[in-house]
Design a binder for this molecule. Structure first.
Ligand code: FHN
Length: 587
């Protein structure tokens, strides 16, 4: 088994994907990058069922808004049920007030979920809250206005592909046999026109949040074009396109409740639940605590992402009390510590034994989840001089700072100042210089060089895709590289193996793996459709001298297509003496 100690610090201020996104996208994304925290709202007729249909219950932890699909409720019956929606307790200002009190800076509500019911006054279909029920109001209009007053960006969720009500929409095979469907008709009759309505009737939108992808890039492109034409400043989330590599929207969404390992080079967001469902279920009372939410928020922000946290209001418009209580507690923490969240960038420092860091220029915010019992906070991996350290809650209280064996030592108060997360602000001289610790061989068996620990250069980018997870992509030419530094203690032969995914179109390109001055080349081989990773043996390399080596992977030459979706490279200590050329020398 191969083990490595990967004490890795990524480069400060991780370069965002300007080369891919372009300046216009960067401009659109500015508010989003600063906002960090948003409210997601799943609200529709399913809230009336609250997780139960004819005695059948949605299991705890499963999605209550999927009830129509789970129990194959006939369209006719679901429509009848939806007539009863009458959210007399709905109060847009109160909802938006809660988002604001929680420290959230944007709000995204389901304009239409998979059940096909519009929660706004649609002219395209009378199957909407204003025409279909006796609640003659338009909640989205009221929310959009309340958001504008409160300075919160307003966004709409729209299920553009999945629609269990429309005979040609995707997903309802119990009323409408798939063979008879004309998906294009659904797009033309309902999906595109409703998105147009949303883009024209609710003022400037912060974003449109599409879900569940689209079958072809061309179809997804129509939604992208519509948004770009009608509201060029409006963001589009990553799920507009198919669940594949190419990002047609402005930023990537993780999978539901997804937490990336870190190191992503693109703007991203993770939609997460407060209990186990998005839509309201009266059975699911497994709520996350405020402390859990705060620490998640910090972890997400420390990795450069946004946290879109869901509430599932009840059918009458009441927000479940546990959600309100949690969000208020989170908000109280945000009111004290928001400076360490908004407008920060990904931390180059990764996880520390005591917590995580966020960064804003020359200020490093140390989020202490686990208070040190000896009242000394040890910070590793920062080369800069520290000019000041103080609790964010008490900036006048300067904390003594010293250095020992490469670590910054901060003498902190005996007790934490904030439950769950006490923030210590640390000011440094000059731009942040994160020390990149080399990978150290943990055993005699070798190294595993993971994509996450690589230093990327050129167009090579650490990405997420909803099919295959995380990897390095976007590299097309020799200047696009992934590299690592190793300290090799044990000399001898190492067997080199590479793990990647490559669809057929990428097969045949040549790539170089350099271990110090020794280069080996190979051709990319197709690993299957989608993002199926496979491991290939590249032979052995002999390292004759102990020392520090740079290992690099790169395309051999320039081409218009991506090289591969790279996962890892392993250098295993070979058992047999190797016939391969001796290493001319270490750097
Ligand atoms: O199917 C939906 C689900 O109901 C919910 O809306 C989530 C939110 O991210 N999105 C889909 C599943 O990924």
């Amino acid at each position: 088994m191969i083990k490595t100690f990967a004490a890795i610090a990524l480069l400060a201020g991780t370069a965002l994907a300007l080369n891919v996104q372009g300046r216009a996208a960067d401009d659109r994304l500015r508010w989003f990058r600063d906002a960090k925290f948003g409210m997601f709202i799943h609200w529709g007729p399913y809230a009336l069922l609250a997780g139960e249909w004819n005695g059948n219950k949605i299991p705890i932890g499963a999605e209550a808004e999927w009830i129509m699909h789970r129990f194959n409720i006939p369209v006719r019956e679901y429509r009848e049920m939806a007539r009863g929606l009458n959210p007399v307790k709905f109060d847009a200002e109160r909802w938006v007030g809660l988002a604001k009190a929680a420290g959230m800076r944007y709000l995204v509500i389901t304009a239409k979920h998979h059940d096909g019911f519009a929660m706004y006054h649609s002219g395209v279909s009378d199957y909407n809250i204003a025409d279909w029920t006796r609640f003659k109001r338009d909640p989205l209009k009221e929310l959009s206005e309340a958001c504008r007053k409160a300075g919160i960006r307003f966004g709409v969720y729209y299920s553009h592909r999945e629609d269990w009500d429309h005979p040609d929409g995707f997903g309802n095979g119990w009323d409408y046999p798939p063979a008879g469907k004309n998906f294009e008709r659904y797009l033309a009759e309902k999906s595109l026109p409703q998105v147009r309505e949303l883009l024209t009737g609710y003022g400037p939108l912060g974003l449109v949040w599409f879900d569940r992808g689209m079958d072809t890039p061309e179809q997804a492109g129509r939604f992208v074009d519509l948004v770009r034409t009608l509201q060029p400043q409006c963001l589009i989330n990553g799920r507009v396109g198919s669940y594949s590599q190419e990002l047609l929207g402005d930023y990537q969404d993780m999978g539901d409740n997804g937490m990336p390992p870190g190191g992503l080079d693109e703007p991203w967001e993770t939609p997460q639940t407060l209990n186990g469902t998005w839509g309201y279920s009266r059975f699911d009372q497994q709520w996350k605590s405020a402390g859990n939410v705060i620490q998640r928020l910090v972890e997400i922000v420390s990795k450069g992402g946004n946290y879109l946290l869901n509430i599932g209001p009840m059918a009458d418009g009441t927000i479940p009390a546990p959600s309100v209580a949690t969000l208020e507690k989170v908000g109280a923490w945000m009111a004290r510590n928001g400076e360490s969240i908004y407008g920060t960038t990904a931390s180059p420092l990764g996880e520390a034994p005591w917590g995580r860091c966020t960064v804003k220029g020359q200020k490093i915010y140390l989020h202490v989840f686990h208070w040190p019992s000896d009242a000394v906070l040890r910070v590793h991996g920062i080369a800069n001089e520290v000019t000041a350290a103080y609790p964010l809650l008490d900036p006048g209280r300067k904390l003594p700072v010293s250095r020992s064996e490469g670590a910054i030592l901060i003498a902190v108060p005996e007790r934490r100042l904030d439950d769950e997360d006490t923030v210590i602000a640390m000011e440094i001289a000059g731009p942040l210089k994160a020390e990149r610790a080399p990978l150290v061989q943990a055993s005699d068996e070798g190294f595993e060089l993971d994509y996450l620990e690589a230093r990327t250069a050129g167009k090579a980018m650490k990405r997420f895709n909803r099919d295959g997870g995380f990897h390095i992509a976007k590299w097309t030419g020799p200047e696009d590289t992934a590299s690592w530094r190793l300290i090799v203690g044990r000399t001898g032969a190492y067997r080199v193996k590479i793990r990647y995914a490559a669809p057929k179109a990428q097969a045949g390109r040549t790539y170089i793996v350099a271990v110090g001055p020794h280069e080996m080349s190979a051709e990319v081989r197709a690993t299957g459709d989608g993002f199926q990773y496979a491991t290939f043996d590249l032979g052995t390399v002999t390292i004759a001298k102990a020392g520090t080596y740079v290992v690099t992977v790169r395309p051999a030459d320039a081409a218009g297509r991506e090289l591969m979706y790279f996962k890892s490279l392993t250098l295993e200590q070979a058992i047999e003496p190797s016939p391969i050329r001796p290493e001319p020398g270490a750097k």
